[in-house]
Design a protein. Structure first.
Length: 536
């Protein structure tokens, strides 16, 4: 680690709703002015400003903070200054990592001005305690926010981020919904079509034919920038391409009869911010909170029809490959489908993405369940027979991976990179010495050091990749032993079970059936076994 004496400062400012109503003393502008003044007094050069306005201190995946890290990695920043430790972050573990480990390893000095923290000194023992207090503040604030939200939900207020399709927020009261007539027409049409005997698939086709705009497209059209991504992800006419799940959700949503249903999801952990679904019986429902679009009589009838249309499975097959089968054409998971005929039922795995996006998934990909089950059963037996002869197995696998085995080249590249890294360290030390003796000026010194550090970073990334590849190659025999242990758990099995499949297989990739000149159809099935992560 090289400690810099000429500092290029990165001024980092952050503010979000996590910080509460703490006044103008911590506003972004105030933080910038305070830190600017300090840099001028200390003679630090300000390289750039990094501002995250509206980002939580518990989340370190902030755009400007990530840009700051990138500039540190490239050697552009040698000093980071914040107003206090809480501006850097409120998670004491992550904040402690950056102040105690990361900045130090990169030779970057860190100053938290109001907390009197400066990593160039050795009197920062109070820093961990301040980080814990900042974390406790965030935890306490999260608890208070949850309590306030629950009370608002109990009062029947609208507290979600997204308004339901057919409604918009009241301009006088953002916690109250009012009808958006343009979108409400489509909602009424969906309910009318269903009450007239149309199924969800038929409703989808009808809406597309009538060019009724989807909820996502409608919000994007009305200026909601959160939905602009759909324009780039989908092709022409996507705004009329309804999803069956969207129609089903609209038909089941009680918001359209004037009732408010809150607490459908909750965040159990204030640090991860991950939402989990709340059981239906624990939802908070308040009736008659806003004007209805659908009558209660029609809504209740729709719920009866939806329930009556749920039919029990008329088959005796266990879906042993659930969530493991993928389409080779588009990479999406294939779904099981029951094709009923007069005297029999054919069970298939099909790729539903072909129907929704034929431009992405260009072929109708399917495979019969019985064929796949027969094939997997046969391959497991072959794997077991192969496992009985270790020499044969290892030679077979080594031969298969021979063309990918670059261990000799890896060793040569590793030695060359390590030699160059050593040279760069010596070069950096010489540049530092020349600058200290006055042989080169500060501007030239910084330019040369930045160039060395940039090359050093690039080489270290390459070295990390090579080490991972070599480690993967060295652990291959151990992974085979793990697979062998799993196979030995199911010796002399008679019937393929879900437990067996999940213990032995990571995923199965299916190619669409190809017609040969002989008139037969063939398709490739790739089985990715657990631990070894390659198809045999």
């Amino acid at each position: 680690m090289m400690i810099h004496e000429i500092y290029n400062a990165g001024i980092y400012c952050r503010l979000s709703s996590d910080d509460g109503t703490i006044g103008d003393s911590s506003s972004i502008q105030t933080q910038k002015l305070m830190l600017e003044k300090y840099c001028k007094e200390q003679g630090f050069t300000i390289y750039d400003y990094y501002v995250d306005d509206g980002y939580s201190g518990l989340n370190f995946n902030r755009p400007s903070f990530q840009r700051l890290l990138a500039d540190i990695e490239s050697g552009k920043i040698t000093l980071v200054i914040t107003k206090d430790l809480s501006r850097l972050g409120r998670d004491y573990i992550q904040t402690g990592y950056y102040t105690e480990v990361y900045f130090q390893s990169k030779g970057v000095r860190y100053i938290a001005l109001n907390d009197a923290i400066d990593t160039s000194h050795d009197n920062n023992d109070i820093a961990p305690f301040k980080n814990i207090l900042n974390d406790m503040y965030a935890k306490d604030l999260s608890r208070k926010v949850k309590t306030a939200k629950r009370q608002r939900a109990m009062n029947g207020m609208f507290i979600s981020a997204q308004t339901p399709f057919g409604y918009m927020k009241d301009r006088l009261n953002p916690n109250h919904l009012v009808i958006d007539e343009e979108a409400a027409k489509t909602v009424r049409l969906i309910f009318d079509l269903f009450l007239n005997g149309r199924g969800i698939v038929a409703i989808k086709k009808s809406l597309t034919k009538q060019k009724k705009i989807t909820p996502a497209a409608y919000k994007a059209k009305n200026g909601d920038t959160r939905f602009n991504r759909f324009y780039s992800l989908r092709g022409e006419g996507w705004e009329y391409n309804w999803c069956q799940a969207t129609i089903s959700k609209i038909l089941k949503d009680m918001v359209y009869i004037g009732d408010m249903e809150n607490k459908k999801y909750e965040v159990p952990n204030y640090k991860t911010k991950k939402r989990v679904r709340v059981p239906k019986e624990n939802h908070i429902i308040v009736q008659n909170t806003h004007e209805s679009i659908i009558s209660r009589t029609d809504y209740d009838r729709v719920q009866e029809l939806l329930t009556s249309r749920k039919r029990p499975h008329k088959h005796n097959y266990e879906n042993v490959f659930k969530s493991l089968v993928f389409c080779m054409g588009c990479g999406h998971r294939m779904h099981i489908y029951y094709k009923k005929r007069k005297r029999s039922t054919t069970i298939l795995y099909i790729c539903p993405h072909h129907t929704a996006r034929p431009d992405v998934c260009t072929h109708h990909n399917y495979i019969k369940y019985v064929d796949l089950k027969e094939l997997i059963t046969k391959e497991i037996r072959v794997l077991y027979e192969t496992m009985r002869n270790d020499d044969k197995l290892f030679e077979l696998l080594k031969q298969k991976l021979k063309e990918d085995d670059l261990s000799v080249k890896h060793k040569e590249d590793k030695a060359r990179i390590e030699k160059r890294l050593e040279a760069l360290v010596n070069m950096t030390l010489k540049i530092y010495s020349d600058n200290a003796s006055g042989m080169i000026d500060d501007k030239t010194y910084l330019k040369m050091v930045n160039k060395c550090q940039s090359e050093q970073k690039e080489l270290e990334e390459k070295l990390t990749t090579i080490n991972k590849q070599m480690e993967k190659s060295n652990d291959f025999d151990k992974k085979l032993e793990h697979l062998k242990e799993k196979v030995n758990q199911f010796l002399d099995f008679k019937e393929l079970t879900k437990e067996m499949v999940y213990q032995l297989i990571d995923k199965i990739i299916i190619e669409y059936p190809k017609k040969q000149e002989s008139g037969n159809r063939t398709q490739q099935v790739s089985i990715y076994w657990r631990f070894i992560e390659v198809p045999l």
